[in-house]
Design a protein around this ligand. Sequence first.
Ligand code: ATP
Length: 442
Amino acid sequence: MAKTDLMDRIVNLAKRRGLVFPSSDIYGGFRSTWDYGPLGVLLKRNVKEAWWRSMVQMREDIVGLDAAILMAPRVWEASGHIDTFTDPLVDCKQCKERFRADQLPESGACPKCGTKGSFTEARQFNLMFKTFVGPVEDAASIAYLRPETAQGIFVNYANVQTTMRRKPPFGIAQVGKSFRNEITPGNFVYRTREFEQMEMEFFVPPEDGEKWFKYWCDERMSWYTDLGIAPDTLRLRQHETSELSHYSSGTADVEFMYPWGWGELEGVANRGDYDLRKHAEFSGQDLSYFDQEKDLRYVPHVIEPAAGADRATLAFLLSAYSEEEVETAAGKTETRTVLRLDPRLAPIKVAVLPLSKNEQLVPVSAEIASALRPHWMIDVDVSGSIGRRYRRQDEVGTPLCVTVDFETLEDRCVTIRERDSMAQERVAIADLVAWLRDRLPL
Ligand code: ATP
């Protein structure tokens, strides 16, 4: 399948099956914003859950946080965002379209109208959204929507370190919305102005910075491959010195092969002591750590794996999408669309399907559904041929379908059909929860 086709198919499937809708759809959409539908919200929650599980639940050295989106404006002065969180903006004098100067084609032609040499001088454009807090719209009430979740972590460093009695190395993890007034949003949910980040700041003794940077690069690559991204579509790209952000002494991007080429999925940065030092300076608070064992005071260095929940969701969708030719019951061939999502990410884990709308089968299905519902997100689908219902579940990545047929009424067993192999197995209703639990990892 051509790569551009793949993207169209994903966007189409996303809309048709309730994964992602254009925002404000009935008003014609709104500037590259997207809404996650009933299945999309489950998928993205599962992505965030998988991240949280690996970052917080499964580790003894990381704790969680949920900081406010609106923060004291001084935070953004200290962090350098007011002065330096900018992209170079140019206008095409011919068609008036705006572009990021660092993303123009080498030919020098306008990507929209094709005119050469038509761009204005680049000017720096700050990506932070401004708003006013309270009823008066004056300079004193300006606030910003956070452009990254990280600063909420830095300003809470001392609160967390003392209340949780932590000693470096330790980390603070956070998932939440961030906002950037991107000049050129696009590629579906890849680049939007409102998005979700999954960020973790890992505070370490200064001499261990390099070691932990390498450690987190490896860990983060494994997280993606473990959840189903093929290793040959993933790479770690070290930044050139000229690319480094103002705070970073080393950055590597985890990149995914999107249909339009390699694109950033996550950035892993060695931020040194930049953030804590700046916040100590601007707030007047001491953010150093005293190591009693070594009788040594230092400002911890920070290693930051910063991922995007939306870009990850898109990468998992692209990786999972497949089409294959299969034989139908009538001996014809048809195309089966399957999302081969890892079961941990699949929106619906189990579908319960009575073979038909028969008045004896439907109540048994309902009874099974009630037994499964407390454990997993399930779906009950009664309409259409069983083959068509399997296809509908395949298309949204449901790993297992439980079919209730007439034999069930006799032997209290159901047929379980697996998504990828389409293999079927007969299981007693009484054993169903245990059987599924073995096959649906957390
Ligand atoms: P890019 O170079 O693509 O603009 P960035 O290097 O500015 O990204 P970071 O500041 O490192 O991004 O943010 C960490 C992560 O947050 C990114 O790897 C990405 O997954 C996500 N992210 C950043 N900007 C956006 C956006 N506009 N839309 C969706 N996700 C984003």
